[in-house]
Design a binder for this molecule. Structure first.
Ligand SMILES: [Ca+2]
Ligand SMILES: [Ca+2]
Ligand SMILES: [Ca+2]
Length: 337
């Protein structure tokens, strides 16, 4: 082969490589994406965004993905299945972002956009819970890349489908590194989150989207403990809302926390009215029953895989849970079952 044609081939390859590099969309910092104005409203303006960071939560422990198709807008308001993850920025990128998807978009698009049928919704759950290249199922602590559309929501910038079930509005979640590790929860005091009058202050915005830890607090009304309940913690002077999720360890009667305990969760905001300087809460999506820290350390102790309810014994209670789910044909949470 003549030198000239070898050179031509190399040049051609170089052009292809450089084109594929320049076609890579730029990655936006979370703190840029989450920037707000004096009213706490989002200043980001590009409809598309690519974000990278550490996945903080199991989506089905945060919101209920169970399909419930409603393609109309009569009351009651019903979003059907919902799915949400939080991605926390790394290094000096001190912010994090929620990625949300819902089934009944008819409810939130002024009646314009069709809802997902139950079958289509289950397919979507399957798609976003897995890396598209490898089929790997995402877990907290994975480093991921999210590419999709921007939408401001109640004091945050979210990635979502802009309330469109058309596949053109899909976001994608891709694996960068499995098991990179959860970030160390940042220790925060209620004095950093509340002012002298126990009102929310700017510290809340600084920690929004972050895994934080508040030590030595207790519930003002522990009897309210149940899935999806909002309880109030206090240090004896100031207070803060804690939103419980729907993980396996949160059910009526499972609160075995000591009189004074610590909390590890995601600092979230949903403020329905301008200015967006309220509506902060710590979202704890699961509790592993350890008695000292309201949070989920991943895997509780034990060498009995059949201990379904994780009380340290395998007995009829575990069997009844298994039977109930088996006979009830409980749908799986990943949507690919
Ligand atoms: Ca905010
Ligand atoms: Ca979609
Ligand atoms: Ca058991």
């Amino acid at each position: 082969m003549a030198k000239k044609s070898v050179f031509t081939i190399l040049l051609f390859l170089l052009i292809i490589v450089s084109q594929s590099l320049t076609n890579e969309p730029p990655v936006t910092r979370h703190d840029v994406f989450q920037a707000v104005d004096a009213n706490g409203a989002a200043t980001f303006a590009d409809p598309n965004v690519v974000l990278e960071g550490i996945l903080l939560n199991v989506p089905e422990e945060m919101l209920d993905p169970t399909p419930h198709y409603v393609d109309a807008v009569p009351p009651p308001f019903n979003l059907g299945g919902q799915w949400q993850i939080y991605i926390q920025g790394e290094g000096d990128d001190h912010a994090g972002t929620a990625v949300w998807m819902g089934q009944n978009y008819r409810m939130v698009s002024g009646g314009q956009n069709p809802s997902y049928t139950d079958a289509a919704w289950i397919d979507e759950l399957c798609r976003v819970n897995h890396d598209p290249q490898t089929g790997y199922c995402f877990a907290p602590g994975d480093r991921v890349r999210v590419s999709g559309f921007w939408m401001p929501n109640r004091g945050k910038s979210n990635v979502n489908e802009q309330h469109e079930s058309d596949p053109a509005y899909n976001f994608t979640v891709e694996l960068i590194e499995a098991g990179a590790g959860l970030p160390q929860p940042e220790a925060v005091t209620l004095n950093q989150l509340k002012d002298a009058s126990d009102n929310f202050q700017t510290g809340c915005e600084y920690y929004q989207g972050h895994l934080i830890r508040i030590n030595n607090v207790w519930f003002t009304h522990p009897e309210s403990w149940q899935p999806n309940a909002t309880l109030t913690i206090t240090d004896g002077v100031k207070t803060f809302p804690v939103l419980l999720g729907r993980g396996w360890g949160i059910a009526a009667g499972t609160n075995n926390l000591a009189a004074v305990f610590d909390v590890i969760g995601i600092l979230d905001q949903e403020d329905s009215t301008l200015p967006f300087w309220e509506g902060y809460r710590i979202w704890v999506t699961n509790y592993d029953g350890n008695g000292r820290v309201l949070g989920d350390r991943g895997h509780p102790r034990g060498n009995l895989p059949g201990d379904v309810n994780r009380d340290g014994a395998v007995n009829i209670e575990d069997f009844s849970i298994l039977t109930e789910q088996w006979l009830g044909n409980t749908p799986g949470i990943f949507g690919c079952d």
